[in-house]
Write a protein of this length. Structure first.
Length: 267
C-alpha cells in the first residue's frame, strides 16, 4: 500500500531551516502527514519501518549541527510525540488477543482513540508554550520602579504578643476575620461659611458710587477665595436686574465693565 502526498497537504516552511522528511518505500513526505494518513486508514501502521524513520531523523539532526544550524526544539518534540504514538499503535496491532471476536476492528478503535488523545495533548502543550512565549515577550517591555524601602519601614517588625493562650488566639483570629466597616470620608474638617449676596451688593454700590465705572476684575480684587468671586458676580447680576448698573463687554470673554446708573433705576 503506497501513500501519495498531494501538494495541498504539504505545508512549506518559509524559514531557511531544512525540515525533516520521511522517505520510505511506501511513503515520502512530512512526518506529521504520515500520522494523518495512518489515522485516516490510508496507510497501515504495520507497514511503516519506524526504526528507519528514527535513524533518518537522528541523521537529520546531526546534519543540522554539522552545518552550524541549531536543531528546532518544536520539531524534535513533535517527532517524539508522533513516534511514540506510532509505536503504541504498531504494538497494539501486533499483539495477539484471545477474548475479542474481531481483533482488527478493536485495534483500529483503540489506535484511533489513542491517536486522538495524543494529538489533543500535544496541541494543548503547544498552545501553552506559545502563551508562555507571549508572556515573556510582554514582560520584557515592563520595567519595575527602582525604589528602595523607606527607612521608617525597613526596621518595622510585627508586634510580639507574649503569653498567648488558646482563648486570646481565638479572639485575635476573630478580630482579624471580622468584616471591617466600609470606609467613609469625613467632612468635619471642611468649613464653608455662609456668604451673603446682599452684603456684596452693598460693597459694589459703595465702590461704584466712588468710581462711577469699574471692571469686574477691579471689583473682585479683594476676593481671596473663588466662592467670594462667585458671590460678587451674583451681586452684579442682581444689581443689573434692578437696573442699578449697566454691563458692557466689547468682545467675547473680554473685560466686563460695570457702570453705576442709579438714575436709570429711579426712572
Amino acid at each position: 500500500m503506497t501513500a501519495v502526498v498531494s501538494p495541498d497537504e504539504v505545508v512549506l516552511d518559509d524559514l531557511a531551516r531544512p525540515r525533516f522528511t520521511v522517505r520510505l518505500d511506501n511513503f515520502s513526505g512530512p512526518f506529521d502527514l504520515l500520522l494523518q494518513l495512518i489515522n485516516r486508514h490510508e496507510l497501515d501502521v504495520t507497514e511503516v519501518a519506524l526504526h528507519q524513520v528514527t535513524d533518518d531523523f537522528i541523521a537529520h539532526t546531526r546534519a543540522l549541527s554539522e552545518n552550524g544550524t541549531e536543531a528546532d526544539l518544536d520539531e524534535i518534540t513533535e517527532f517524539l510525540v508522533i513516534a511514540a504514538t506510532l509505536l503504541d499503535l504498531k504494538a497494539a496491532r501486533l499483539l495477539p488477543g484471545t477474548d475479542v471476536e474481531d481483533v482488527e476492528d478493536l485495534a483500529l478503535l483503540e489506535a484511533r482513540d489513542l491517536l486522538f488523545a495524543r494529538l489533543l495533548q500535544y496541541r494543548a502543550y503547544k498552545q501553552v508554550a506559545g502563551l508562555f512565549v507571549e508572556l515573556e515577550a510582554s514582560a520584557m517591555r515592563r520595567y519595575p520602579r527602582s525604589v528602595a524601602l523607606e527607612d521608617r519601614f525597613a526596621a518595622l517588625l510585627p508586634e510580639v504578643m507574649l503569653g498567648m493562650n488558646a482563648e486570646r488566639f481565638a479572639e485575635l483570629a476573630a478580630a482579624i476575620f471580622r468584616p471591617k466597616p466600609p470606609p467613609t470620608v469625613s467632612l468635619d474638617h471642611l468649613h464653608a461659611g455662609l456668604i451673603s449676596v446682599p452684603e456684596h451688593m452693598a460693597i459694589i454700590r459703595e465702590r461704584l458710587g466712588e468710581l462711577g465705572r469699574a471692571s469686574f476684575r477691579q471689583l473682585t480684587a479683594d476676593c481671596s477665595e473663588p466662592i467670594l468671586v462667585v458671590a460678587r458676580f451674583m451681586a452684579v447680576l442682581e444689581l443689573f436686574r434692578e437696573a442699578t448698573v449697566n454691563l458692557d463687554q466689547e468682545e467675547c470673554f473680554g473685560e466686563l465693565m460695570v457702570t453705576w446708573a442709579p438714575d436709570q433705576a429711579a426712572s
